[in-house]
Design a binder for this molecule. Structure first.
Ligand code: ADP
Ligand code: MG
Length: 312
């Protein structure tokens, strides 16, 4: 049983007053006739997401950033956050750095920390985030149309390389090392780009568990399909040189946005990517095949590692 089956079996229930319940990057609830609120919670736990040696500043940044990512993926503006922190003891130096990291991220995205909870125990950091959006243009995973272009907002794979560096370290240039560690430790969800372009977007999802897995969520689970041209996926040349595009496609933690849009909006979206200094682009098309197909150098390829899963 993986975590998705676990949620389905034990927690999934029909929504009552929510506009959208379990199943997307954030839940949608009514705010007033025109607007809605977006809510999500994400936890980083010791040994699973970080270690005692992890830099507390970046842990603080990332704990909030991964939550902001879920709001951005829904086309919302993050507004408020609650922090639930569990620590083994009071280490003032650690707490000072951690709080600086979370505050820096809050400042960048204009999010207000309004509450939380503090406990003693095995370390974990959980953030609940609230966001805002007009009801009429929230982005969901399930709104793709056949023949839509499939886009990613920036290059992928860096965060997984950064993670690998923190373990055993494949060889790479210092410049790439810096970029990879930055992506792994300090993700920056592309909020302004999404807000500027959501009028063109149909489905959207953040790439937290890896591109392959997120593609399943926006296509196959919606009874559609996707055809992906692996050679057009923006990623550093390291992956091609090491013949390891699979790593970039399945690694996860990119916190970029995968979205779909009508082909007629290609130029406008491309121009906006440039304006926002993002190296994203079109990587494929939504089909009716009910499967995700990857074409690489003219041949169909299969990526077995379907993205990160906590269980199974
Ligand atoms: P994300 O990709 O944003 O991390 P998850 O994969 O953790 O989201 O969860 C998928 C969906 O299931 C989300 O809509 C989330 O709110 C919901 N979910 C996850 N865990 C639970 C749970 N224990 N109870 C209810 N809903 C859950
Ligand atoms: Mg998500």
């Amino acid at each position: 049983m993986n975590e998705f089956q676990l949620i389905e079996k034990f927690f999934k229930q029909p929504k009552k007053n929510a506009i959208l319940g379990i199943g997307d990057d954030a839940a949608i609830i009514p705010k007033n006739k025109k607007d809605c609120l977006l809510l999500s919670v994400d936890t980083l736990s010791i040994d699973s997401h970080f270690t005692k040696q992890s830099d507390p500043y970046y842990l603080g940044w990332k704990a909030l950033a991964v939550n902001i990512s879920d709001i951005v993926a829904m086309g919302g503006v993050p507004t408020f956050a609650l922090l639930s922190l569990t620590v083994e003891d009071i280490n003032k130096k650690w707490l000072s750095k951690f709080s600086q990291g979370i505050k820096a991220c809050a400042k960048k995205y204009n999010v207000e920390l309004i509450g939380g909870d503090t406990n003693r125990g095995s370390m974990s950091v959980s953030v609940t985030i609230i966001g805002d959006s007009p009801r009429k243009n929230v982005l969901t995973r399930s709104a793709a149309n056949i023949n839509d272009d499939i886009w990613i907002s920036d290059e992928i794979g860096y965060a997984h390389l950064g993670f690998a560096l923190s373990k055993h370290g494949p060889t790479m240039s210092n410049c790439l090392k810096k970029r990879a560690l930055q992506a792994f430790l300090k993700p920056e969800p592309p909020m302004n780009f999404i807000l500027d372009n959501k009028k063109y977007m149909h489905a959207a999802i953040d790439i937290s568990d890896g591109l392959v897995s997120e593609l399943e969520h926006i296509s196959v689970e919606q009874k559609l399909g996707a055809k992906i041209d692996v050679d057009s996926i923006p990623m550093h040349k390291w992956f091609k040189e090491h013949n390891n595009q699979e790593l970039a496609l399945t690694g996860g933690e990119d916190y970029q946005i995968l979205f779909t849009a009508n082909k007629k909006n290609r130029n406008k979206i491309n121009n906006s990517l440039k304006k926002n200094k993002l190296k994203g682009g079109v990587i494929g098309t939504i089909t009716n095949s009910k499967k995700v197909e990857f074409e690489h150098k003219g041949k169909l390829v299969n990526y077995k590692k379907g993205g990160f899963k906590h269980f199974g």
